[in-house]
Design a protein around this ligand. Structure first.
Ligand code: NAI
Length: 479
């Protein structure tokens, strides 16, 4: 706590560098900045206390400062141990103040957190001054939502269990964080959940968890699925990855991609972007899928659809995009070419069996540079793993570029406004933003690209059965 601003970041002296990058990002985020201008005078988020758990990048800094400009109090952590851009975190903390007298927003995030530190940071977004919790969450991947839901469950039982043998490694730290909380105040998360107006979730992985909670009748507050706004998943997941996947691989390895055989596991939105990214470099891309529709799409896009076990010996590169678990197993890694590259752009680090890899007898892990590791098998062949199996586009590069994140974060801001200003319209269920807002987000990005939209004439609107001002498509339309 310096000058009344709490924070835990790598180095406040990086703030100037962060601020210049934020200034450039603002220019590349026309939609988000338009939303900021539209609501800055009315400050409709006054009284909102927003806890954010989302990659602490330059683009996220623009989101945070938009939420603050709309009147919210904000506390922020990253949703990934490697994704923070330290200069962005510093700039948000310093705000309009100075390094010695910061006047910005509390951030608890630095690049290269341990898992223990990660969950400590996650808990800090629930600690607003005066013992208050947040009344809104911005979540990416569901960790903040998980913390509240587990917290409430254990407070009801009066104890936190020990991690089970099948729990992922990081659950031990999550449970330790909750045990400390329970000791400190046995009703802390129960009170926070009761005051919560809702969560807006950024990504596919987190959305899956929200629908699961809702189906089980266990969702404690309303949720907006931001991921499935068309202007989010059909842009960020696809065009964002098309930019940031190759960016991450290049910064990590600088390996020539042209001519190499790349396997992309999963041909959903992220997989489609990943494929385009690698093909753009001249890599020969083949795809794996479990869904016949996506497999057929891949085939008709001109790609071989294969099984991993049939190509793993020939692959120069394997990229996972499934959001599933156990996609690349140790038995695959053991058969790969020397110095084949492994990377994940799904959400969690178990798409590639990192835990299993570490247990291979005689395996030797050598750090080539931060977030790039060589794992040498006893037979002498090695594989190169990026970002320890976590999101390589954020760990090895700086994530998606500003323009596409402007779409995602304009959706986030509109979703926060919905939950905060219309609490009576949302139950304990998972919602999507209405289509007119989705179209609004797209519209806010057209001018910057010089797009001249054709205006529907009234008789044309009547002919196709829509309003002149939209929405232009039925809910079931797939884009
Ligand atoms: P999606 O559901 O559109 O695509 C995933 C695809 O993987 C599906 O088509 C599914 O059939 C396929 N799949 C599932 N299990 C498989 C298996 N065993 N083998 C082969 N294919 C399999 O989801 P989306 O939006 O593409 O997201 C995927 C993951 O990427 C999620 O975890 C999401 O949270 C994450 N994500 C990461 C981003 C990043 O910046 N790195 C950005 C956006 C999303």
């Amino acid at each position: 706590n310096v000058n009344g601003v709490e924070f835990a970041v790598a180095d406040l002296a990086l703030a100037d560098r962060g601020r210049t990058q934020i200034r450039l990002a603002e220019h590349e985020m026309p939609g988000l900045m338009a939303v900021r201008r539209e609501y800055a005078a009315a400050r409709p988020l006054r009284g909102a206390r927003i806890g954010g758990s989302l990659h602490m990048t330059v683009q996220t800094a623009v989101l945070i400062e938009t939420l603050v400009a709309l009147g919210a109090e904000v506390r922020w952590a990253s949703c990934n141990i490697f994704s923070t851009q330290d200069e962005a975190a510093a700039a948000v903390v310093v705000g309009a103040g100075t390094v010695d007298a910061p006047a910005g927003t509390p951030v608890f995030a630095w690049k290269g957190e341990t898992l223990e530190e990660y969950w400590w940071c996650a808990d800090q977004i629930f600690r607003f001054p005066g013992g208050q919790g947040p009344n809104l969450l911005v979540d990416d991947g569901g960790d903040a939502t998980l913390l509240v839901h587990r917290g409430v469950a254990y407070e009801a039982k009066g104890e936190v269990p020990a991690p089970g043998p099948d729990d992922p490694r990081e659950y031990g730290y999550l449970l330790a964080t909750l045990a400390r909380s329970l000791e400190e105040d046995g009703q802390r998360f129960t009170r926070i959940a009761a005051g919560m107006r809702g969560v807006t979730e950024e990504t596919t992985a987190g959305v899956t968890g929200l629908y699961r909670l809702a189906r089980a009748g266990e969702l404690l507050f309303p949720a907006i699925n931001v991921n499935d706004s068309v202007t989010k998943s059909k842009f960020d997941n696809k065009y964002g990855i098309r930019h940031s996947l190759v960016d991450g691989i290049n910064r990590a390895t600088d390996v020539m991609l042209a001519g190499k055989l790349a396997v992309v596991c999963g041909y959903g939105d992220v997989g489609k972007g990943a494929t385009q990214s690698l093909r753009g470099q001249g890599a020969r891309v083949v795809v794996t899928e479990i869904d016949p529709i996506c497999a057929l799409q891949a085939a008709m896009d001109g790609l071989d659809v294969v099984r991993l076990e049939d190509v793993v010996e020939r692959a120069d590169l394997v990229i996972t995009t499934t959001g599933n678990t156990g996609i690349v197993l140790v038995e695959h890694l053991a058969r790969m070419k020397h110095n084949a590259i492994l990377g994940n752009v799904g959400h969690f680090d178990d798409e590639i069996d990192m835990a299993g890899l570490a247990q291979v007898p005689g395996i030797v892990r050598t750090e080539i540079k931060p977030q790039v590791h060589e794992w040498r098998f006893p037979d002498g062949h090695a594989v190169i793993v990026l970002s320890e199996g976590r999101l390589l586009n954020l760990g090895n590069a700086t994530g998606h570029p500003s323009f596409v994140m402007s779409n995602s974060f304009a959706n986030q801001t509109l979703a926060q406004l919905e939950l905060f200003t219309k609490p009576d319209e949302y139950d304990r269920a998972v919602y999507r933003l209405p289509k007119h807002l989705d179209e609004k987000v797209a519209r806010l990005h057209l001018d910057a690209l010089g797009v001249r939209l054709t205006e529907l004439r009234p008789e044309q609107a009547e002919y196709i059965g829509v309003e002149v001002a939209g929405p232009y498509k039925p809910e079931h339309y797939r884009y």
